[in-house]
Design a binder for this molecule. Structure first.
Ligand SMILES: C[S@@+](CC[C@H](N)C(=O)[O-])C[C@H]1O[C@@H](n2cnc3c(N)ncnc32)[C@H](O)[C@@H]1O
Length: 220
């Protein structure tokens, strides 16, 4: 179903245009394309209302963050939040209105240090499995764009999507460096930054699954 365009969306996006990255002619290989300092590049795909990206950028001032979201109606909330909270961080956050499917047009191989997938849409029907952002076609792109020392982090409330992701990683012979089916009662909870979806699930007592996997090949 197509979402109705919010009132004044173009004006609201224009007011935050300085936070939006322009599609580069060549894929981005250094943070200096959009930032005035050199830092490791982190990317969140499907940032929604942007709470995670804004806090992550504030807590990691030497890193350069991009947050990608395909729906402008949703992205406008993230942009406005980032603008409201701009005093909490250096100028180290940019937003991309775009799709994970086009990532390779945005980022060069080896350019990313960290990639976050937070509560990606589960696409529960088997016939839509290839659309899941942890389907192997996507995972292969992420591993190509991450540097050798880079890491992919994934969180979800959806156990089926989580198990699917573990199976896809296994099919690619990539072993996660950690796996938990209950992030908030695990040693990995320390330093965890909650997303909007995550707060909602946690408030309802739903456990969060999480994993990290290195871009450097670790075999099962
Ligand atoms: C379930 S929401 C989670 C939002 C946020 N990460 C959170 O945890 O609160 C998933 C978000 O991913 C975005 N999304 C889904 N598929 C995408 C794609 N292929 N490329 C970019 N964004 C996508 C959706 O528009 C939606 O805002």
């Amino acid at each position: 179903m197509r979402m109705r365009r919010k009132k004044n969306i173009d004006a609201r996006l224009a007011a935050c245009a300085h936070l939006l990255a322009d599609k580069p002619e060549e894929p981005i290989s250094t943070s200096q394309v959009d930032f005035d300092f050199e830092g490791d590049i982190c990317l969140e795909i499907g940032c929604g209302k942007g709470g995670f990206a804004v806090r992550c950028a504030a807590e990691n001032p030497t890193m350069c963050f991009y947050a990608m979201e395909r729906v402008p109606n949703v992205m406008v909330n993230a942009l406005e939040r980032a603008e409201r909270e701009k005093d909490t961080r250096p100028d180290n956050l940019r937003f991309i209105i775009g799709r994970a499917e086009d990532l390779a047009e945005w980022f060069a191989p080896g350019s990313l240090s960290v990639l976050y997938l937070n509560f990606s849409d589960p696409w529960p029907k088997a016939r839509n499995a290839k659309r899941r952002l942890t389907a192997r076609k996507f995972l292969l792109t992420y591993f190509k764009l991450l540097s050798e020392d880079g890491t992919l982090y994934f969180k979800t409330d959806n156990v089926d999507l989580f198990n699917f992701t573990l199976d896809e990683l296994k099919a690619l012979d990539r072993a996660p460096s950690y796996v938990t089916y209950d992030l908030h009662h695990s040693p990995f909870a320390a330093g965890n930054i909650m997303t909007e979806y995550e707060s909602n699930f946690v408030n309802r007592g739903i456990a969060i699954c999480a994993l990290a996997v290195s871009a450097r090949q670790i075999h099962f």
